[in-house]
Every structure is written in structure tokens, then in C-alpha cells.
Design a protein around this ligand. Structure first.
Ligand SMILES: [Zn+2]
Length: 166
């Protein structure tokens, strides 16, 4: 059983976030649980942001990837809205990939309500300015590096603090 679960997880790891090419949904910390019962798999995922689009797309891609396993006869993917995703869930590999694609990973430590320190993913400079806090999605901001003059995106920090959820 454990071997099957691992096989399913390996397939899930191949699925990238549609908005962040080459950053897998696994490395973004979206995979909550994988269950396998005989030839059926059930993958529970955590949406990164309730407002983030593309959840249906991710669901379909995960299902397709898991169904590539010859012994799978059925795969169900569900999103759990009871679990709270936080940017702490992004793996080391996820942070590395984000940087590679010009997206500054979320900060390691963040105090809610405070501005967070963002370093340029290209040159590492801390001399950056917030150009547009409302990035292409609710999850990201657009910043501008004053050192290498590149615009880049930053993933906004989200912390797992239920006292802030209203
Ligand atoms: Zn820079």
C-alpha cells in the first residue's frame, strides 16, 4: 500500500502550478494527503489562496497525472477548505524554483501587519520598491529592483494564524 501511495505522490509531484511554470503544486505545499484504496486514489489538496483561480485546472491536471499509472482505475481530487495553507508550506525546492522564475519567495519569518523584506530574485539586492501591490493574482505583488532594474514578482506572505481570519 505504501508503495502505491508513493507512486501516486510521484505523479502528483509532476504537476506544475498553471501560473508558475516549473513550480510544482507539491512544492507549493498544496498536497495535503494521498490515500490509495486498491486501484483508486484520493488526493486532498489545500488551495493556496481562496481567491486564486485555476483550482479546477489543477484538479484536472492532478487527476490526469495520477491516471497515467497503469494500475489506477479511478482518481478523485478534492480541495480541503478546512486546512489553512501558509507560505511556510512552500518547500526549499519550491523556493528555489520560484526564484529561478523571477518570483521572490515568501519570507521565512513574517509578522502580520508589518511590511516584509523582499530581496530581488535576480541579483539578491534588498533595494527594491513596491510598484504594484495588486499583482496579476491576489497571491503576488509586482516589485522593481533598483539595483539591476528588473521588475519582478513576490509571493505575498500568508501565515497560519487563525486569530487573523475573520
Ligand atoms: Zn535585482
Amino acid at each position: 500500500m505504501e508503495a502505491k501511495k508513493r507512486e501516486v505522490l510521484e505523479q502528483v509531484k509532476k504537476v506544475d502550478d498553471p501560473e508558475l511554470p516549473n513550480v510544482s503544486v507539491y512544492d507549493l505545499g498544496m498536497v495535503h494527503e494521498v490515500q490509495v484504496e486498491e486501484s483508486r486514489a484520493h488526493v486532498t489538496m489545500i488551495p493556496t489562496f481562496a481567491g486564486c483561480p485555476a483550482l479546477d485546472f489543477i484538479k484536472k491536471n492532478v487527476e490526469t497525472a495520477v491516471r497515467e499509472l497503469s494500475w489506477i482505475t479511478g482518481c478523485e481530487v478534492t480541495f480541503s477548505f478546512n486546512e489553512i495553507w501558509s507560505t511556510d508550506s512552500v518547500t526549499e525546492e519550491g523556493r528555489r524554483q520560484l526564484k529561478k522564475h523571477g518570483v521572490a519567495p515568501p519570507p521565512d519569518e513574517y509578522t502580520p501587519g508589518e511590511e516584509w523584506q523582499v530581496d530581488c530574485p535576480y541579483c539578491g539586492s534588498a533595494y527594491v520598491s513596491m510598484e504594484n501591490v495588486f499583482g496579476p493574482t491576489a497571491c503576488r505583488s509586482i516589485l522593481y529592483c533598483r539595483s539591476c532594474r528588473n521588475p519582478f514578482e513576490a509571493m505575498k506572505p500568508v501565515i497560519r494564524d487563525k486569530t487573523l481570519a475573520r
